[in-house]
Each structure stands twice: as C-alpha cells, then as structure tokens.
Write a protein that binds this ligand. Structure first.
Ligand SMILES: *Cc1c(COP(=O)(O)O)cnc(C)c1O
Length: 362
C-alpha cells in the first residue's frame, strides 16, 4: 500500500524551525531565542484571560467585535477593515490561500522571516528570494524581480531575524512601482518598538491603497505569544476576501479578552517599549565592545556575528546552551556565523554578556 499522494509542493516543504526552548541536562533555562517579551503580559491581560475561563463552553465571537472595536479606536482605523488571525502567521497563510495559485510567484527578501517561503510553497506557488543590502530590505531588488507571474510581496519591516528597518519613503517608492494587482504585505510585527518618526507601520499606506495589507501581532510587545493573536488592516475588499478563507472561530474567547485588556494598558505598553529599547542599546554596545559585529536593530532582539575563526557562532551557541542560555542559532539562510539574542530581563542581559565574554576569552 502506498497511501494517499501528497502534493509535490507539500512533500518539498520544510517544517518551520521554531526557536528552541529546552536543553538536555540543563535545569534552568533562559529562553532568549524567540523574541518573546522579557516583561511578560500585562496583569490586566492575565486577569481578562482568567475570567474568560468561566465561558469555556461558549464558542468565541466569530467576528471579534470588541477586539476589532478596541483596535479601531486605538489606531483610529475602520473596524470593518481589520482582520484577526491565530497569530499573524495565520493571516500570512490566509493571504497565500486567497491570492496565490500553483505556479504564481511571491517575492521576499533574503535574511527575512522564514514563514514566508513556507506559506508560499504550501499553496504550490513559487517563492522568489531577492538579495538584501547590509542585511536590510532592498526595494530596487524587489522591483526588479516583479514580472507577469508576481502576485504577492512580503516585507518584514522591521525585519526578523536581522532587526533592520526601512523608512516610509522607501515603502512608498516600492508601492508606486508595483502593479495594482500585486498585493504588498507589510509584516509590522515589531512596529511598536520603532522610534524613528520617518517610519510607518503601514496604516497610512493602507488608507490610500487597494493592494496593501499590514499585519501586526500581540506576541511581541504585548507578551501574549501563547495565545496566538495577530491582526491585519487592509482595504474592505482584501478584508472580505480573507474573511472567506479563514476558519470561522479562529480566535479563542480568552485570546480576544486578553488582547482587549492589553490594548487598554497603555502604561504597561510604554514601560515595555522603554525597557526594551534601553536594554537593546545596552546589549548592542556590550557586544560591540566584545569585538562582535552587531547589525543595527530597532526591535526587541539583536543579530550579531562571530568573525574570529576560532570563536564560531556554533561553539558560542553550545557554550551558552550548556549554561542555560538559549539564543537563536541559524545554521542556514547564510547566517551561519550569527546568533540572534532576544532582549531579556536585566539579570539575563547582564549574564548573557558575561557568558559571551567568558566564551571569547577561554
Ligand atoms: C514573531 C513574528 C511574527 C508573528 O508572529 P505571531 O506570533 O504568529 O503573531 C510575524 N512576523 C515576524 C517578522 C515575526 O518576527
């Protein structure tokens, strides 16, 4: 017996390599591998989540009325143009299901989010990877790759895993150079951390366009990664299209309730942003002082490179894991001598620097 025949493009697919959270034989683990929040969720979000447990027998609100209203109010946007997903990953997959047929092309940039090639391939479409410049999105390379088969463009801005960002004039220039039938997805998972006023997460562009989708997440700034909650904003046509391809009850009540509470805790949010950006600067300075090459980041993580032949990223990674610190090691993507470090608590940040120093000096 041979069993059912899998689509050829699914057979070829790689499983998403999530950041590690365990190490054999190490009791106390500090997970700095998945860009989770060092400060955890808002206490108000936890309270709302706990309260939602009393209604576990009810299906969740299928149109997330209250959550969309809260988002609409916070960002001064239209509730009927907001989509919600089980994590923003869910929205990225929905987009592929709705807009890509087998053989269509979707463009993404080298050293960007690993979900894009997986989501593209999962529907039989072809991912076109274009070169970046200094680990930063290169608009001209994207424009040059557009052809008759192009249907979608994914940009993570700020980018993961590099932490770099491009400003709104560049995004605008890209948008002006893409055909109207090509959908531009601006994945702004780390938007809240960006301080530069020349940055736009995509809201301004979505308001003026019919072919732009901005995606956001509660997993990073709001510390709600476990709940799988993301959202998107686009013109009514795109919002209605994604409504057709999503699962009807894709966001649990508990996640909706926690998300609403998180949006209302402005103090907590401001505090996380301040804390994260301060410690990221501190970490960048310390790593640079240790002679490591740090890619300038505007996010809650830092990508840095080991350039000494005797002190490689793979060895540093092993040493750190043995000491309970799990960073993100990239064996592929041309990032083999890099590690990605998520901003941790004050103690974790100090200890990880101490450990890296020890590794380099040994
Ligand atoms: C973390 C991340 C996401 C989203 O995560 P979800 O938990 O699925 O909302 C999306 N894009 C990028 C670039 C990310 O780093």
């Amino acid at each position: 017996m041979s069993g059912p025949k899998t689509h050829s493009w699914i057979t070829d697919l790689n499983v998403y390599p999530a950041g590690k959270s365990k190490a054999v034989g190490v009791a106390e683990i500090h997970k700095l591998s998945a860009n989770e929040s060092a400060l955890g969720p808002s206490p108000l979000a936890v309270e709302a989540y706990t309260e939602a447990a009393l209604s576990l027998h009810r299906y969740p609100d299928p149109i997330y009325f209250d959550l969309r209203s809260a988002l609409a109010e916070k960002y001064d946007i239209e509730a009927n143009q907001i989509m919600c997903g089980a994590g923003s990953d869910d929205l990225l997959k929905q987009v592929c299901r709705a807009y890509l047929s087998p053989g269509d092309e979707a463009i993404f940039v080298a050293h960007s989010f690993l979900i894009y090639p997986i989501a593209i391939k999962s529907v039989g479409a072809v991912g076109i990877e274009v070169e970046d410049t200094n680990y930063t999105t290169n608009i001209d390379n994207i424009i040059a790759a557009i052809n008759d088969k192009t249907r979608l463009i994914f940009i993570a801005n700020p980018n993961n895993p590099t932490g770099t960002v491009i400003m709104k004039d560049e995004i605008e220039r890209l948008w002006k150079n893409i055909p109207e039938h090509v959908l531009l997805v601006l994945d702004s998972a780390y938007a809240e951390f960006v301080e530069d006023e020349n940055y736009d997460a995509g809201i301004d562009l979505v308001r003026r366009s019919k072919n732009v989708l901005m995606t956001r997440t509660f997993s990073k700034l709001y510390g709600l990664a476990a709940l799988r909650l993301g959202w998107g904003y686009a013109c009514p046509d795109i919002a209605q299209t994604l409504d057709k391809v999503r699962d009807p009850f894709n966001i649990p009540s508990s996640a909706q309730a926690a998300g609403i509470a998180a949006l209302k805790d402005k103090n907590f949010e401001d505090n996380v942003i301040r804390f994260t950006n301060e410690w990221r600067r501190w970490l960048a300075n310390e790593l640079t002082a240790l002679g490591l090459k740090v890619i300038p980041s505007v996010t809650n993580f830092i990508m840095f490179k080991f350039e000494n032949k005797n002190k490689t990223a793979v060895n540093a990674n092993n040493f750190l894991v043995q000491n309970g610190y799990i960073l993100r090691y990239y064996s592929g993507q041309g990032l083999g001598n890099f590690l990605r470090l998520t901003v941790g608590t004050a103690d974790e940040n100090k200890t990880v620097i101490k450990l890296i120093k020890q590794f380099l000096e040994d």
